[in-house]
Ligand binder design. Structure first.
Ligand SMILES: Cc1ncc(COP(=O)(O)O)c(C=O)c1O
Length: 422
């Protein structure tokens, strides 16, 4: 078959996976390319297809809804999928966060959360964490410090964003307690030196640091963060765009630490690949947002909402949270075994099916080439993986939540072969 002509596609979409893959179809944990390859997809379209590719229940919901109503604009009409989605979501978020707004992408919902925080608190500033990724709009670029490539050539970015260290113990080479103490001290210093608490509207944190390296935060850190926010009347916003919808073995990543945020930003896994994002807040906070001061044409799209309802029901009924936890354990055990043989795997960490292998040299410096080579060699074996981290020296493992033990072991086998080749 002749290679299709991709020359009219903007090169701005840099290639995250080596070569030119043209996907023909997806089914469960596999992607099939037009040149006949079957690939085990442990990228999940960057953590989106949590129910697997084209889950029949999600497909049916999309088809049925498209035949009834594709678009019913949210300022003009409400529709059944939108209403049903708010009811489904209210069953899985903390009880007090029972009011929802919808948009199309992760970045848009982060923007929305910041706009709401500003209205609700009448304060101007936002605190974010070093290594975070919150999106690519101008505001969310200003909130993003995982890689300079996201900012180069676009500065200056919106002001009022302050960055504080994230408790990434492996990066610092410290134990967890020392790392948490340091990060809390730096945050408190930020309040004294850069943004006064009564000028700080919100602290935004990824419940598991994503693009910045797949690093779950210690529970003590999250509890102290919650206490500081309560003390100063600052809103705590959980960015669950990548960590939500069962990715970590719970509906939301923050559940592992026992805190309840004031807002939850969701996208990616919410609708199994349909463009939809959501914001949860308490009715009290939501009521402080002046009607008409935010919105959008497509937010709460009927087909996307129907897909989200089917996604939530599928995760619940197929017990995918439990599977995410169990398969995450199988994966981590397998990767830790490989770590013993391949010392370039400096760290294996994660929660549920949000798992990282960080590649480091003997001197514990980031080993980007090794991680990239292992990713490329894995693809040659039939396993799709992505890297992340400021140095791109971390391989992230994001299989769909429907993955089974044989597939996880298959992936580990392919990865081992790839490591051997390097
Ligand atoms: C934690 C997090 N927040 C926000 C975003 C931005 O989402 P989108 O690419 O849909 O705008 C991403 C995307 O990777 C993300 O991982």
């Amino acid at each position: 078959m002749p290679t299709p002509d991709t020359s009219h596609i903007s090169p701005i979409w840099g290639r995250a996976v080596p070569g030119t893959l043209i996907a023909e179809r997806g089914e469960g944990a596999y992607l099939y390319t037009t040149d006949g390859q079957q690939l085990l997809d442990f990228t999940c379209g960057i953590g989106v297809t949590n129910t697997g590719h084209s889950h029949p229940r999600v497909v049916r919901a999309i088809q049925e809804q498209a035949a009834k109503l594709i678009h019913g604009q949210a300022n003009i009409v409400y529709h059944d999928p939108l209403i049903r989605l708010t009811h489904e979501l209210s069953q899985i978020v903390p009880e007090k966060l029972s009011s929802f707004f919808f948009s199309n992408s992760g970045a848009e919902i982060l923007e929305a959360s910041v706009k709401l925080a500003k209205h609700a608190t009448k304060r101007p500033n936002i605190i974010v964490f070093n290594g975070s990724f919150h999106g690519r709009t101008h505001l969310t670029m200003a909130m993003t410090t995982s890689k300079t490539i996201y900012r180069v050539g676009y500065q200056p970015l919106p002001a009022g964003i302050f960055v504080t260290p994230y408790p990434y113990a492996y990066k610092y080479g410290w134990d967890e307690a020392t790392t948490v103490d340091y990060c809390l001290a730096e945050l408190k210093l930020l309040f004294k030196a850069q943004t006064a608490p009564d000028e700080t509207a919100a602290i935004v944190i990824e419940s598991v640091l994503g693009e910045g390296g797949y690093v779950p935060p210690p529970a003590r850190f999250m509890h102290e963060l919650r206490e500081l926010c309560d003390h100063y009347g600052i809103l705590l916003i959980a960015d669950e765009v990548q960590s939500g919808f069962g990715r970590t073995g719970k509906w939301f990543g923050f559940e592992h630490t026992g805190i309840v945020p004031d807002m939850i930003c969701m996208a990616k896994g919410l609708a199994s690949g349909m463009p939809l994002s959501g914001l949860a807040a308490s009715p009290d906070v939501m009521s402080k947002w002046t009607p008409g001061s935010h919105g959008g044409t497509y937010g709460g799209n009927a087909v996307a909402c129907a897909a989200a309802v089917a996604t939530i029901q599928t995760i619940r009924e197929e017990k995918l949270l439990e599977n995410s936890t169990r398969m995450g354990e199988v994966l981590m055990i397998g990767l830790r075994r490989l770590q013993e043989e391949y010392p370039e795997i400096g760290d294996v960490r994660g929660v549920g099916l949000m798992v990282a292998t960080e590649f480091s040299t003997e001197k514990r410096e980031p080993w980007t080439e090794r991680a990239k080579a292992a990713t490329k060699a894995s693809l040659d074996e039939g396993l799709m993986l992505l890297t992340c981290g400021s140095y791109d020296n971390i391989i992230r493992w994001i299989p769909p939540l429907i993955v089974n033990e044989a597939q996880v072991k298959d992936a580990l086998g392919m990865f081992e072969k790839a490591l051997k080749k390097n």
